[in-house]
Every structure is written in structure tokens, then in C-alpha cells.
Ligand binder design. Structure first.
Ligand code: ADQ
Length: 750
């Protein structure tokens, strides 16, 4: 809460308390005044009529005594007067208004202790049963010269006192409201004026227009501090959910008009020619695209990538530009055309046969060919030129994606020295020893260290990278801040676990999970009591598809109750099919599916349904929502977004995620059933446990995983990197300004 609001709130509370206190005091004082007044009136009335009373009491008929009582009861506030005998507290006479249910001996309790001497007694209180409200009762003794003859009971209505008290309280309340309103208005106006004056002075001061030379260094520090506070404020706001709007705001606040450029090999929209000669837009099966596309939609800017679709050229302009998303354009896609040789050498060769195999423990031998390396270098240079072409300022924020572009940060730095470069490595980073296999290891590391920030999914990958640099380059490590200094510039190495968009845009429009399940079951020809597991992957040897199918085989072997009932639907998008290892994998999966189906299949039942083709995201989400379980069995995976997508799709809090311990996601989605996919027995048991899991446990686990994703979504992933980069940039500019005085080092720290 800002201080003027706090001040106004405390003012209102204080005035409220004061009013309450004042009305309490006023009520008590008024009450005792009125009581005293009534007692005096009663005394006056009774004393004035005492002679007549004594006469009427002794010997006169009851009517005479009643007449005297009626005289006394003239005052409109007197409810009634009665004469009671002293000896036995019985009624002698009473005025007509005297409550008939009020008995003399009721009041005797008050009088009796006094004994025969008799004195005045009063009682004030509320009696709804007999007297019908708040009353004041006076009992006055009537004496002959020797005895107490009896008591005269006067009952006064005190209702008027309450009415006057309520009136007084209302007045006080109105006075308080007027006072509070005036006080808050005055405070707010005073605050506005003071704030306006203060910010005007500060603006003048920080704007530098009136800055005297001796204050300049101080002012620079103040500005840097203000920027730092703004960045800190963004970090502190992390308790708030990250949304596209918040990400956009953070990008605008920290980078003003500076452009955001993403470089990724895969494009988010691929134009493909259909068999009928038309053109359709495809969304690639890529975790990187899944994560970055919503970020780009939030930040606008330019996405540079290889134009890989066979209708890409004709849908782009001469510079390769096309506005996307096709239905609501919000950013520009810049396509770069690669020759077949370039694609073979850079993409299939060095990046995928070399680096992909090197970075994953997938038991596939990495291949490094000199020719591929040359293409890799050349294509990296071409992309660096494209970034320089697309840059509309000299200090854009460039987000370089993945192992296809290890050389790019340094190449961009040479072309745009003032750019802020963030590189994110989407796959694991191996141990220093393993990375040493790569013949071009030093070039790759030096290229990456051109970035300001290098992001990995996990701290373990960061540690591996730091050790690799320490082993192969002359670099200084700043362990405390996670920095690596190479050739005079610092690169920060940090974990940023990637995620998916949240709230998921594909879910609200979809039919309910029950309806989806019924539809999908009908399409697959499954009976209503069947159980469905799904696997969703690019057809890649790191995803453990063979291990997954073997686990299904083990489930059916060990748990006969699931035969004929459990069906596993595996969809696999063909990927890198030019590479021999991927062709082998495809054949091996085909053979395994056939073997398992042969073994357990019956007429009308196939335990594995295998679809080797690309599916659009909406179709993938339908399958997630229809399934009883999703098994992610990667043998090594940077993060794995399928696991997170499955969780995000289940707004019914149902379904079980069975997840490999070798994914980055396993560190976050700890409520999944975590397995070692190599341990086929354990994985078979885990599938059985998932299928038999009680609904309440399924819901609890899913609930916690969804809560985690709601907080740690892809906007947070991107936002944290941008905020860290903004911090660096501010610090960098401070160092540059101070450079003449300090002999300044660049890129001093985040
Ligand atoms: P990928 O290896 O591509 O990503 P992953 O994170 O699992 O792997 O994402 C795959 C994406 O492709 C998902 O969005 C999924 O829905 C989609 N997909 C999979 N099969 C599909 C199919 N048959 N049809 C259509 N779409 C399909 C790399 C790293 C990961 C890291 C991501 C993000 O290998 O470890 O999680 O980058 O950083």
C-alpha cells in the first residue's frame, strides 16, 4: 500500500475509534442524567401528594387512593403508579396504565432488605416480558407517624432516553463521516501536490538539464540505482502470476523501444503445399517452438529461422518476411533459405549427428565431419548477417535458440556490439569429458561466450557447462554470481527451466474430458471400459519410445487383468528422417509394435495403436484429455514439454503422468509417477500402479502439478531472462559511463 493510502486509512480508523468512544461516553452520561432527573421528578410528585396519599391510604376507599395515584401519573412519561402494602407486598390500587402483570412482590425483592424502616429505591433496566421495554422504577415508602404504610411504585418509560441516545449517535456519525471525508481529501490533495513537486524536482535533476558538473557522477549512480530498483521490483512481483501482458510490460519497461529478435532453426509456421494444390499452415512438432511462440506473440519483434516448408517462398515477400500468426498477425517471421548442402552439413550433419548425439546420453555415436563443420560455421554467419539486417536499433535484445547456433552470440556481438544477447540451450549439456569428444569444442565455447546470458534448463547443466569452459578455455569463473569471464567479457550462466503457456489457450475451447474421451474411444474403436495410455513424441532415439513399448509388453505379461482392456496409443512425428540413425529407430519401433500386437492382440483388440505422423496441437490435446495415463519415457531430455502439456490439458484434475527420471521436468513435476525407463520391470509396475490409482490420489497429484505450472509458466521463463538481461544492460551502461574514471571493465555483473 502506498503511504498516502495508508495515512488516509489510519486517519479514518482513528476517527472511527474516537467516534465510537465518544458515543459510548455520551450514552452513559445521558443515561445517568435521565435517571437522576426521573428520581427527582418522582420525589417531587410523591412529596407533593404525600398528605393526600397518607389520608387516602388510611381508611379512605380504594377509589380515593386510585384518584391520588392518577394525579401523580399525569406526566406522559409515567407508565403507571401503584400502591403496595408494606406487610405482604400486595397491590392496593393502581392507575389504569399500570402493567397488570407487574406484581408488587416482584419489586419487594428490592425493598425487603431494607426492613421496616423503608427508604427510597430505584431500578433501571429492560424488561420486555412484563414492562415492555426499558423502564425506570421508583419505590417510595409512605409512612404514618409511626409505621411504613406501604410503597408507592412509579414506573417511568425510558424509551425516550433510547430515542434521544440514538438521535445523538446519528448526529455523531454524520459529523464523523464529514470529518473523515474532509481529512482524507485534504491528505490526498496534499500528497498529490507534494508528489508532483517531488517528482518534478527529481525529473529535473535526473533529466540532467540542470545538473551541475560536480553532481553528475552522483546522479549517474542514482539513475543506475533507480533502474536496479525497477528490476528488483519486477523480481519481487514474482508472487504474481506471469501473463503475456506482464511479459509485454516487462519487455517494454526494461527495453523501451528496443526490438526483440529470436533466432531459431525451426520456424513457428510452415507453409506446405497440399495434394490438391492448395497451401496449408503447419505447426511443427518442436518443444522450442511450443515454448517460444507465445513469448513472441507477447513481445512482437522478428523471428528469424530456416524457411523449410515447400510453399514458404511463395507466401513470403522478397526479403523472406511474412506476418504471423496467420489469423492475427502480431510479429514478423523472417525466413532464410538454405541450400541442400547447407541443410545437410549444418542441420543434419554437425547439429544433429554431431551436437545432438554428443549432448544426450542416447548411446548414439556423435559424428563430426569437417565438411559439416564448415557448413555449420557458414550458416551461423548467414544468420548473424540476418540479425544485423533485421535490427532496427543498435541495441536489440537477441534471443538465440539452441545447439544449431553455438557460434552465433559471438558473431552477432561482432556486428552489433551493443546488443543484449541471451542464448538458451534447450538440450542437456554433457560432462566436460564427454564434450571433449568434439573436435571444434573451443570454437563452440568461445562462440557461446559472446552472449550476456547463457540459459540451461537445470543447475546440473549449468555446472557441466562451467566445468567444460574451465577445462578447455582460459576463462575466469565467478562461482558466486555464476559468471564466466572470457577475453574481458562476462557471461552469466543460469538455469531457466522452460515451460508452457498458462493458462493453456487450447483447453478452454475444447469439449470436456468426458466428451473428448467418448469421441476418441469411438474413433479408436474402444469399448467404454477400456483403459487408454498415450505417448506423444518426435520420433527420436532420446525419447525412449522402444523402452516405453517394452514397458507396455511387461505390463501385459505381468498383469493379465489388463490384457484385452489396456490400449497404448503412440503418436510419433517423423523427425530428421534423412539421418540413418533415425531411419533405424523408425524401423525398430515398427517391428516392436508388430511384435507386441502379435503377442497380445486378438480379433478386435490391438494393445498398441501406432501413428507415425505429425498431429496438429489441437489433436494432441484431444488425446491428452481422453487418456487415463501419459507415459513420458525419455532416456535423456533437457526438459520435455509433453509432460507439462499433458498436465495443462487436464482441467478435470484427472489422469496420471508416468515420467522418466531423466527429464528436466522430473525435477519440477514431482507428483508424477517417476520411473527409470531402462528398468522395464519397474516401468511395467508403474503403468499398473497408474491404472489402479484411486481417483482421489489421481486428483491430488494432478492438482499439485497444475498449481506448479500455473506459477512456473513460459512467460515467467522468458520474463526472468529478460529481467536478468535488463539488469546486466543497466550495469553495463553504468560501467561505460564510469569507464574514464575507473578504467572500467565491461559487463561487470548482474
Ligand atoms: P523436443 O525434443 O522437441 O524439444 P519436447 O520438449 O518434448 O521435445 O517437445 C515436443 C513438442 O512437440 C511438444 O510441444 C509436443 O506436443 C510436440 N509433438 C510431439 N510429438 C508430436 C506429434 N506427433 N505431432 C505433433 N506434435 C508433436 C527440445 C528439447 C526438450 C525441451 C524442448 C524445449 O529436446 O528437452 O523440453 O526443446 O526446450
Amino acid at each position: 500500500m502506498r503511504w498516502p493510502v495508508r495515512l488516509t486509512a489510519s486517519l479514518v480508523i482513528t476517527l472511527g475509534l474516537l467516534t465510537w468512544g465518544a458515543s459510548y461516553v455520551a450514552r452513559s452520561v445521558m443515561q445517568s442524567w435521565f435517571e437522576r432527573d426521573l428520581t427527582l421528578r418522582a420525589e417531587l410528585a410523591i412529596n407533593g401528594a404525600r398528605l393526600a396519599l397518607t389520608n387516602a391510604w388510611t381508611g379512605a376507599p380504594v377509589e380515593a387512593l386510585r384518584d391520588v395515584l392518577v394525579e401523580i401519573a399525569q406526566d406522559e412519561r409515567v407508565l403507571g403508579v401503584a400502591a403496595c402494602r408494606a406487610a405482604d407486598f400486595t397491590l392496593i390500587a393502581a392507575t389504569p396504565g399500570f402493567p397488570s402483570t407487574f406484581a408488587c412482590d416482584r419489586f419487594g425483592l428490592l425493598v425487603k432488605p431494607d426492613g421496616a424502616g423503608g427508604s427510597w429505591h430505584t431500578w433501571t433496566g429492560t424488561d420486555n416480558s412484563v414492562l415492555g421495554g426499558t423502564v425506570h422504577i421508583t419505590a417510595a415508602p409512605i409512612r404514618s407517624s409511626t409505621d411504613v404504610l406501604g410503597y408507592l411504585i412509579l414506573i417511568h418509560d425510558l424509551g425516550f432516553v433510547s430515542r434521544r441516545q440514538a438521535q445523538a449517535e446519528r448526529l455523531l456519525l454524520v459529523a464523523f463521516a464529514v470529518l473523515a471525508l474532509t481529512a482524507s481529501t485534504v491528505t490526498l490533495i496534499a500528497n498529490r501536490v507534494a508528489w508532483w513537486r517531488w517528482t518534478r524536482d527529481l525529473r529535473l535533476l535526473l533529466g540532467g538539464g540542470h545538473e551541475s558538473p560536480e553532481f553528475r557522477p552522483l546522479m549517474r549512480d542514482v539513475r543506475a540505482l533507480a533502474d536496479r530498483i525497477a528490476a528488483d521490483r519486477d523480481m519481487d512481483r514474482d508472487v504474481e502470476a506471469w501473463t503475456p501482458k506482464r511479459l509485454r510490460d516487462a519487455a517494454t519497461r526494461h527495453f523501451n523501444a528496443d526490438q526483440v529478435i529470436i533466432v531459431a532453426n525451426r520456424e513457428p509456421y510452415i507453409h506446405q503445399r497440399t495434394e490438391s494444390g492448395g497451401i496449408e499452415v503447419k505447426h511443427p512438432a518442436s518443444g522450442l517452438v511450443t515454448a517460444l511462440e507465445p513469448v513472441m506473440r507477447a513481445c512482437s519483434g522478428v523471428w528469424i529461422s530456416h524457411g523449410s516448408g515447400n510453399a514458404d517462398r511463395e507466401t513470403a515477400d522478397e526479403q523472406g518476411h511474412v506476418a504471423v500468426p496467420p489469423d492475427h498477425p502480431s510479429y514478423t517471421l523472417r525466413r532464410l533459405w538454405l541450400s541442400d548442402d547447407e541443410e545437410r552439413g549444418y542441420y543434419y550433419g554437425f547439429a544433429n549427428e554431431g551436437l545432438w548425439a554428443l549432448c544426450h546420453t542416447g548411446h548414439t555415436r556423435p559424428m563430426f565431419r569437417t565438411d559439416d563443420w564448415k557448413h555449420y560455421e557458414a550458416v551461423n554467419r548467414r544468420f548473424a548477417d540476418a540479425v544485423a539486417d533485421e535490427a532496427s536499433t543498435e541495441s536489440p535484445v537477441v534471443l538465440v535458440q539452441d545447439y544449431h547456433f553455438a557460434l552465433l552470440p559471438r558473431l552477432i556481438r561482432e556486428r552489433l556490439p551493443r546488443a543484449t544477447i541471451i542464448m538458451f540451450w534447450h538440450i542437456p549439456w554433457p560432462t566436460a569429458e564427454r564434450f571433449g569428444i568434439c573436435p571444434q569444442r573451443e570454437h563452440l565455447l568461445a562462440g557461446m561466450l559472446g552472449a550476456d546470458i547463457l540459459g540451461f534448463h537445470t543447475q546440473a547443466h549449468c555446472n557441466n557447462f562451467t566445468e567444460t569452459v574451465e577445462r578447455y578455455l582460459e576463462a575466469r569463473t565467478d562461482k558466486e554470481r555464476g559468471g564466466l569471464s572470457h577475453k574481458g567479457r562476462m557471461t552469466f550462466v543460469r538455469p531457466y527451466p522452460i515451460s508452457i503457456e498458462w493458462p493453456p489457450t487450447k483447453v478452454p475451447a475444447a469439449p470436456s474430458p468426458d466428451a473428448t474421451r467418448a469421441e476418441v474411444f469411438a474413433e479408436l474403436g474402444l469399448s467404454a471400459n477400456a483403459l487408454l495410455g498415450v505417448g506423444v513424441d518426435r520420433l527420436d532415439y532420446t525419447k525412449g519410445i522402444e523402452e516405453r513399448l517394452l514397458a507396455v509388453d511387461r505390463l501385459l505379461t505381468k498383469y493379465p487383468e489388463f490384457r484385452g482392456r489396456f490400449v497404448f496409443l503412440q503418436i510419433a512425428a517423423p523427425s530428421r528422417s534423412e539421418i540413418e540413425r533415425y531411419q533405424q529407430l523408425s524401423d525398430a519401433v515398427d517391428a516392436l509394435v508388430a511384435r507386441i500386437n502379435d503377442r497380445w492382440g486378438t480379433p478386435g483388440y490391438q494393445p498398441i495403436i501406432y501413428r507415425r505422423r505429425h498431429h496438429e496441437p489441437e489433436q494432441v490435446y484431444r488425446l491428452y484429455r481422453a487418456a487415463d495415463l501419459c507415459y513420458v519415457s525419455s532416456i535423456h531430455d533437457g526438459m520435455n514439454l509433453v509432460a507439462k502439456e499433458f498436465v495443462s490439458s487436464r482441467d478435470d484434475d484427472d489422469g496420471v503422468l508416468v515420467l522418466s527420471q531423466f527429464t528436466g521436468a522430473a525435477l519440477e513435476l514431482t507428483e508424477a509417477v517417476i520411473v527409470n525407463p531402462y528398468d522395464i520391470d519397474q516401468a511395467g509396475d508403474a503403468l499398473a500402479a497408474a491404472l489402479e490409482m484411486p481417483p482421489a490420489e489421481r486428483r491430488t497429484r494432478m492438482h499439485y502439478m497444475r498449481a506448479h505450472l500455473a506459477e512456473f509458466n513460459v512467460y515467467r521463463w522468458a520474463g526472468r531472462m529478460l529481467i536478468d538481461a535488463a539488469r546486466l544492460r543497466k550495469r553495463e551502461s553504468l560501467w561505460q559511463r564510469l569507464a574514464p574514471a575507473t578504467g572500467g571493465a565491461r559487463n561487470g555483473g548482474a
